[in-house]
Design a binder for this molecule. Structure first.
Ligand code: PLP
Length: 359
């Protein structure tokens, strides 16, 4: 068996230990004689998986009793609609920070339900940066402020949360969820598709503060799209395989010392690549230095031809998934939690060699 150095943006690498454990348990889960995905979601086995996943998440993030955790389906894209469906009515305004493709998609959906005020946009510079607090121009009575903590496609990340002066913060954290400690008390709602940094596709994690949830619309929301429906109970079949793997990923993070330790490794990984980029003009970063993402490292080479060669030779070196998003081109190395420092070192080494041959 040969495992690749996997730099895929999503679905993305998962910890090898987690995959091994899943493999080991897959045909016979804990003596049940069935796989976990063949058992009732209301049976004792799955109920325990669900409980443990919540317990680990609460512990890792330091969530207090004032938060609800929901395991939903539909991906982050589903939350683009569900957030305004529950929190924004005609005539009301929500503020959105536009830092890339995913922010724009969230804005498009919100406009179906109420007014959107754009508090900041970096679209004119092709989303090369995130705002500082001084850049943000909020509206007077916003229901919430929405931001994308890490911009998966453009390679930017908020170094810390935008200051909203008490207006509830809603965050699409899909591509940096659990990559660093989070000051959860700053948030009204956090959502993340699992498939970047937390597990397989199919599970969407939603964390919502109770006092924010209390402000949601009371009527006119289809049952399954109403957050209240999912609080404290399994309304319908949850994404059982996703939650099962997520629970193991959380255990893996705990075993590695928690989010502060994971963040240290993530910083070390990103530094390895950015220092290659900053050596000279052979590689050019696509974002402003202060906005650089620790999760998705994006850069260009002198020509598209050279970028093609870079990707194909990297692939031949077992370094996979490095082609930039089709909307921006160039190279993107996604180095989420489960991408090991060994993989990142192998990529940095390859970048050196490629420069020496072609520079
Ligand atoms: C991948 C991604 C999405 C889309 O997620 P789906 O689960 O495919 O809907 C949304 N936002 C961000 C920041 C992402 O990285």
């Amino acid at each position: 068996m040969s495992r690749a150095h996997n730099f895929s943006a999503g679905p993305a690498a998962l910890p090898f230990e987690v995959l091994e454990k899943v493999k080991e348990e897959f045909l016979d889960y804990g003596g049940a004689g069935s796989s976990i995905i063949e058992l009732s979601h209301r049976g004792s086995e799955y109920v325990e998986v669900d409980r443990l996943a919540r317990e680990r998440l609460v512990s890792l993030l330091g969530l207090g009793d004032d938060f609800e955790v929901l395991f939903l389906q539909g991906g982050a894209s589903h939350q683009f609609m569900m957030v305004p469906f529950n929190f924004l009515s005609e005539g009301e305004t929500a503020d959105y920070i536009n830092t890339g493709t995913w922010s724009k998609k969230a804005i498009k959906e919100a406009k179906l339900f109420g007014n959107v005020h754009t508090a900041f946009s970096s679209e004119e510079s092709n989303f090369s940066r995130v705002p500082t607090n001084a850049d943000l121009k909020f509206s007077a009575n916003a229901k919430y402020v929405h931001f994308t903590s890490n911009n998966t496609i453009f390679g930017t990340q908020f170094p810390s949360e935008p200051e909203t002066n008490g207006v509830p913060l809603v965050c699409d954290a899909s591509s940096d969820f659990l990559s660093r400690p989070l000051d959860v008390d700053k948030y009204g709602l956090i959502y993340a598709g699992a498939q970047k940094n937390a597990g397989p596709a199919g599970l969407t994690i939603v964390i919502v503060r109770k006092d924010f949830l209390a402000k949601s619309k009371k009527e006119g929301i289809p049952t399954i799209l109403n957050y209240h429906t999912h609080v404290g109970t399994m309304f319908n079949t949850p994404p059982v395989f996703g939650v099962y793997v997520f629970e193991k990923v959380l255990g893996w993070i705990q075993g590695n010392g928690g989010l502060a330790e994971v963040e240290k490794v993530n910083k070390a990984k990103a530094t390895l690549l950015y220092s290659e980029i900053d050596q000279d003009d052979f590689y050019t970063g696509t974002t402003e230095v202060e906005s650089r993402s620790l999760m998705n490292v994006t850069f260009r080479l002198g020509s598209e031809e050279l970028e093609k060669q870079f990707v194909s030779q990297a692939t031949a070196h077992n370094l996979k998934g490095l082609k930039g998003h089709r909307s921006v081109g160039g190279i993107r190395a996604s180095i989420y939690n489960a991408c090991s420092i060994e993989s990142v070192k192998a990529l940095a080494e390859f970048m050196k060699e490629f420069r020496a041959k072609n520079g």
